[in-house]
Design a protein around this ligand. Structure first.
Ligand code: FES
Length: 361
């Protein structure tokens, strides 16, 4: 046997022109069988009707793949999200989930089965061996490899079998659609939902969780209130709104306040700040009276309440946003305006609703 020649099992007649992996024509040789099972000739190799039958089988599998993918698409759009179906031994399950899973599964399965069946019944049935060689092939071998690949395309017969070509193209083309359609579930875009809260001008501050309005005269120096905007309990998405609107209210001695904007946005030393940590959004609820520090329990970011809640320690990069407050005719604390910047952790489109003079982030 020559070094580079392909070898065939003993009972397989060598073809007229055995082709090496390097693409050169070599004299027919016999392969010393190391114990492989005896080669069995396929019907499709010698019987054109068997080949035609195999071709139809492959096409049927690709068609079944298309059906599976279509089931996925139809169920995604047409089946109600709440429809439930009962399956024996499993119980109740959502119909759409079932159809999406089965559709996608069958779509993939039958493309695979079709490809395997095609290879096993219709593609050339030859066993070849290749001697070890240097990792990098010579330029000549690489050029030959390209030629062999081209020849592989020719010998797969796809050009001569338009039915397979058509159905495989359809199955593969359609199979990409579920992934594109699935992108729809990434939306909708949040719009200004992340950068606005429930707070509006004139809204009363109410204690959380009692939801009782708070009079300025009830807030003594050193006291802390956890606060929500009045009416938040009437919203449909109350939990989501609460997660953004939570505020902590603290009364300081006005002479302790170092920041003029903070003094101006407060009321006689009462200041209100977003309770949502600007690091990753935990509630900032630990207030230390002596130092006037607000501490986030998650990663220990610390904010100085006497200096407009500037970050003095920890991973947060932005100060807590302040809510400007005043009192109404009855002496209850109210918001003078909504938050002037997004509360909570930073995100790419955060920005500010209106530039705030004298406030840096
Ligand atoms: S969430 Fe507050 S420090 Fe991390």
């Amino acid at each position: 046997m020559s070094d580079n020649a392909p070898a065939r099992t003993e009972d397989v007649p060598a073809p007229e022109h055995a082709v090496t992996l390097a693409g050169t024509t070599a004299a027919p040789t016999l392969f010393e069988n190391p114990g492989m099972p005896v080669h069995v000739h396929r019907m499709a190799d010698s019987d054109p009707r068997a080949a035609k039958r195999a071709e139809r089988q492959v096409a049927t599998m690709f068609v079944l793949s298309m059906v599976g993918t279509l089931v996925f698409l139809v169920s995604y759009f047409a089946v109600d999200l709440d429809d439930v179906v009962h399956i024996p031994f499993i119980g109740d399950t959502l119909l759409q989930n079932l159809l999406l899973g089965c559709g996608l599964g069958f779509g993939m399965l039958f493309i695979g089965l079709g490809a395997v069946h095609w290879a096993k019944t219709l593609m050339p049935d030859e066993e070849v061996v290749e001697e070890r060689h240097d990792l990098r092939s010579s330029d000549e071998t690489r050029a030959d490899a390209v030629a062999v690949l081209a020849e592989g395309g020719e010998t797969s017969g796809i050009g001569r079998r338009p039915l397979i070509k058509l159905t495989l193209g359809g199955a593969l083309g359609l199979f990409g659609l579920p992934f594109i359609v699935g992108l729809r579930d990434l939306g909708p875009m949040p719009g200004d939902w992340l950068s606005t809260t429930f707070w509006e001008t004139g809204m009363r501050l109410v204690s959380d969780p009692e939801l009782a309005p708070i009079k300025a005269s009830d807030v003594t120096i050193g006291s802390v209130f956890h606060v929500m905007p009045e009416g938040i309990d009437q919203t449909d998405d109350v939990l989501e709104q609460q997660a953004k609107a939570a505020v902590i209210l603290i009364r300081l001695d006005p002479t302790d306040i170092k920041n003029s904007k903070e003094l101006d946005w407060g009321y006689e030393g009462i200041v209100a700040y977003s309770k949502i940590c600007t690091h990753v959004g935990c509630p900032v609820g630990l207030y230390e009276q002596q130092t006037h520090h607000l501490l986030c329990p998650c990663h220990q970011s610390t904010f100085d309440v006497t200096d407009d809640c500037k970050v003095i320690f920890g991973p947060a990069h932005r100060r807590l946003p302040q809510l400007a407050i005043s009192v109404d005719d009855e002496g209850y604390l109210v918001a003078r305006q909504p938050f002037q910047e997004a509360v909570g952790p930073s995100f790419p489109e955060r920005g500010q609703r209106h530039p705030v003079k004298g406030q840096s982030s």
